[in-house]
Write a protein that binds this ligand. Structure first.
Ligand code: A2P
Length: 317
């Protein structure tokens, strides 16, 4: 039986006019020994052209080395690979230095996209030791937020200066709610509409309203934790398994195809070669299967996996 799967090399256009591959490799938690290096190298060798990392993942050195080794060995040029990294909360007051440090670790002259990782600045005075790539805590155990004299509008003001330096081709946001985006877009200092909002999306958190709002405002969506995050819990859902068996594909391919069909960028993470390769192969879901997956959160209730208590800052309001 001929396979219905096709390697998904599709791209979508950002509001900058640049094309971004709709399937990228996620690298959050790819931190064991050579995990990040091997997974990024494997992805690039097998056709991926989009890699997503972040300063706080603490794997930029490995990710960058894999990209550079691949470029040197394959002859594929840097401009054919889309690389994203992210500004951590302790550096909201100085994105220029933070981006320079990320580029240094990556061994790259520029990234294609630089995102504000979370909309809340963190208080550097509560950092223990010298590593600012951390979550600082108050003595009472709460996350030390820096929101009295600072906010993401000020961070965005500084982010906008980065585009002219050529060190990032585009800027965007991550984990921004509709209210926070409205505040950002309506601020007098806003001159650049974020290219992307990278958010948690999967069948148990479809984010229909936020996706529509972003699309209406020319902000592309990127789905992180598209399989439900660590150990991919979505893949154990009966409806997903049944659809996978019916079409002779993997449960992950069912879920990634659902994302692709919804028309945004999807960033599945894996450190396993076979999964990395198979996760890039998608198919068109028949209407009834697409609808059954879309219905999952209505039947079972929505479930957010990635969340921090940044109170009094209300992240998802
Ligand atoms: P591993 O890295 O060992 O392959 P998400 O992208 O939603 O964050 O999901 C990541 C989780 O899903 C990781 O635990 C990853 O494990 C697992 N995973 C990724 N691809 C597959 C796949 N094709 N089948 C099963 N699990 C997968």
């Amino acid at each position: 039986m001929a396979s219905i799967l096709k390697q998904n090399l599709n791209t979508t256009k950002l509001n900058t006019g640049v094309n971004i591959p709709v399937i990228g490799l996620g690298t959050w938690k790819s931190t064991e020994e050579m995990d990040a290096y091997n997974s990024v190298k494997c992805a690039l060798e097998n056709g991926y052209r989009h890699i997503d990392t972040a300063a706080i993942y603490k794997n930029e050195i490995q990710v960058g080395k894999a990209i550079n080794d691949f470029i040197n060995e394959s002859g594929v040029t840097r401009d054919k690979i889309f690389v994203t990294t992210k500004l951590w909360g302790t550096q909201h007051r100085d994105p220029t230095s933070a981006l320079n440090q990320s580029l240094e670790r990556l061994g790259l002259e520029y990234v294609d996209l630089y995102l504000i990782h979370w909309p809340v600045s963190l208080d550097t005075e509560n950092i223990k030791g010298s590593d600012y790539l951390c979550i600082p805590f108050l003595p009472n155990g709460k996350v030390a937020v820096d929101i009295e004299e600072w906010n993401f509008v000020k961070t965005w003001e500084l982010m906008q200066e980065l585009v002219a330096t050529g060190k990032t081709k585009a800027i965007g946001i991550s984990n921004f709610s509709i209210n926070n985006i409205k505040e950002l877009l309506s601020s007098p200092s806003n001159k650049i509409i974020p290219a992307v909002n990278q958010i948690e999306v999967h069948p148990l958190l479809p984010q229909d309203d936020l996706i529509k709002f972003c699309e209406d405002n020319s902000i592309a969506i990127e789905a992180y934790s598209p399989l439900g995050g660590s150990d991919a819990p979505i893949l154990n859902e009966k409806v997903i398994i049944d659809i996978a068996e019916k079409h002779n594909v993997t449960p992950a391919q069912v879920v990634i195809s659902w994302h692709a069909q919804r028309g945004y960028v999807c960033l599945p993470k894996s450190v396993k070669k076979e999964r990395i390769i198979s996760n890039q192969k998608t198919f068109i879901l028949p209407d009834e299967d697409f609808a059954a997956i879309s219905n999952l959160s209505k039947e079972k209730g929505e479930k957010r996996i990635v969340s921090f208590d940044f109170s009094p800052f209300d992240i998802f309001a």
